[in-house]
Design a binder for this molecule. Structure first.
Ligand SMILES: [Zn+2]
Length: 295
């Protein structure tokens, strides 16, 4: 049994053919930041495949019931009917659509850092903040497929800091990579443009860079604790480009997280793990979910 998996993100659509144990047999990609021509090039790339199942992990928001996607960073795809397009291309095949961070959480739960637990939160920290839930061993989607996109829950409602989404004080406005960089630059740090450079400055002892990462990790610790508080979850797996900076990021995060969760009482036994599957997690999660739905 072969599964075609797509992972639709802001800069590319990652495409893979996987076997029934979710090993990647073949992979390719199509850019998704090239204007209005994504579907024709995607169709051309995948039409020759012989597949039994199709799984699609997409950046949100998505609409699982209607099989449409409207990824924030792909403006030409609004209510794009991805499921119908794929069904036409592969007649007789179902299309399993889920959020990309839900896919990551599912993959980490079944094959990565969260193996063996029934309930967990998966977190992706990069240019944005995403989340996905596994509840009772299954992907938890919410009503429309956008559950746990907690980057846009507010942690500072009276801060006056407006998020791109329109709300005040979203977690993303403090904790995503570019915001930590922006914060540091406002205070006079100018040793680079991105989080990688910021992390290097912090390793070199730059006080502004250390302060920026401290503030970003505090925000993430508050945000994650909020989710754990609400759902009584005791396992968190964190991945994404920012988290790959290593100790310079993890040490302050874990320090703040310990402080935050101490107030909750029932969150004394929480395990936080770095993600294991890295860039393939979305594809593997889409494949796992396609197989779940086919059973
Ligand atoms: Zn927001």
């Amino acid at each position: 049994m072969r599964t075609l998996a797509l992972d639709i993100g802001a800069t590319k659509v990652a495409i893979a053919l996987l076997d029934e144990s979710h090993q990647i047999l073949e992979r390719l990609e199509v850019p998704s930041n090239t204007g209005a021509v994504i579907w024709p090039s995607l169709r051309t790339a995948i039409r020759g495949f012989e597949v039994d199942l199709i799984g699609v992990a997409s950046a949100g928001p998505i609409d699982r019931e209607n099989g449409t996607i409207s990824p924030v960073n792909i403006p030409q795809w609004r209510d794009f009917p991805i499921s119908e397009k794929l069904r036409r291309l592969f007649p007789g095949r179902g299309v399993a659509l889920l959020g990309d961070c839900t896919a990551v959480a599912l993959a980490e739960n079944r094959l990565g850092a969260g193996v063996g637990v029934s309930n967990m939160l998966g977190v992706v920290v990069s240019t944005g903040i995403g989340g996905g839930l596994v509840i009772d061993g299954q992907a938890f989607h919410g009503e429309t497929g956008n559950a746990a996109l907690f980057g846009h829950h507010s942690i500072a409602f009276d801060s006056g800091v407006r998020c791109d989404c329109g709300r005040i004080g979203c977690l993303e406005t403090f904790a995503r990579g570019p915001k930590m960089v922006e914060y540091a630059r406002r205070l006079g740090w100018n040793a680079g443009e991105d989080f990688k450079a910021l992390a290097q400055s912090a390793r070199d002892g730059d006080l502004i860079a250390l302060d920026a990462i401290d503030k970003g990790t505090l925000a993430l610790a508050v945000g994650i604790t909020n989710v754990l508080n609400i759902l009584d979850l005791h396992t968190v797996v964190i991945g994404g480009g920012v988290s790959f900076a290593g100790q310079i990021y993890w040490e302050p995060f874990l320090r703040h997280f310990k402080e935050e969760r101490n107030h909750a009482g029932f969150l004394d036994e929480v395990n936080v793990y770095p993600a294991k599957l890295q860039a393939d997690a979305g594809l593997v999660g889409a494949s796992l979910f396609a197989q779940d739905l086919s059973r």
